[in-house]
Design a protein around this ligand. Sequence first.
Ligand SMILES: C[S@@+](CC[C@H](N)C(=O)[O-])C[C@H]1O[C@@H](n2cnc3c(N)ncnc32)[C@H](O)[C@@H]1O
Length: 189
Amino acid sequence: MLTFVIVSSTVRKNSQRTIKSVVGGQERFDVLARCLLNLDRWKSRIGHDLNLIIFLSHPEEQKALNIPLKSLPNPLKSELDSVIHLIEIFSKPEQFNSRFTTMNFENLIGDFSNSSTIYYLTPDGVQIQEISKEFNQNKEMCFILGSQHDLSEIQENALQKIGVIPVSLGEKDYLASHVITIICHHFLS
Ligand SMILES: C[S@@+](CC[C@H](N)C(=O)[O-])C[C@H]1O[C@@H](n2cnc3c(N)ncnc32)[C@H](O)[C@@H]1O
């Protein structure tokens, strides 16, 4: 199982959303929809189950939305299709075997550290070429990344405290959805 945890400080659980408002940039929900679309394409290409966790880090949220990619009914056709599905998942998560869990970031990563190897994606980390050899040997892996913003210093400190491995894709900044592509590419057999 490969899990991608994307941290968003702007997206709220119960906001009213339309395709138009999302395309207009509301809360940068579009960043998450693009990540969902990307993972949906990768799920048939690699031999791992994929899981997306959207962590809503807004102080009034502190919630993790867990979306198993295999629970999406049909391949997503486009970015708009992905926006429509993600809006639906937010309003009726149970229909997609998804669920919101109220927890803080420390609890989320604490839970994962018991079952998975956690990698934190940051340009300041260890070069990916140095650690990608160990990728396929681990069955449960969790990759944590920012959305349109990087993680906060507090979140970075929490990751450091539990000994998470920082991984760099190089000095250039990539979009969150591109980061997912680069990581998944390492799992092509
Ligand atoms: C769009 S970026 C966040 C904002 C970006 N740092 C900026 O200044 O515009 C999304 C996330 O992808 C990950 N990321 C981007 N570039 C990376 C790189 N070169 N190496 C590792 N992770 C990267 C980080 O987790 C980052 O928070």
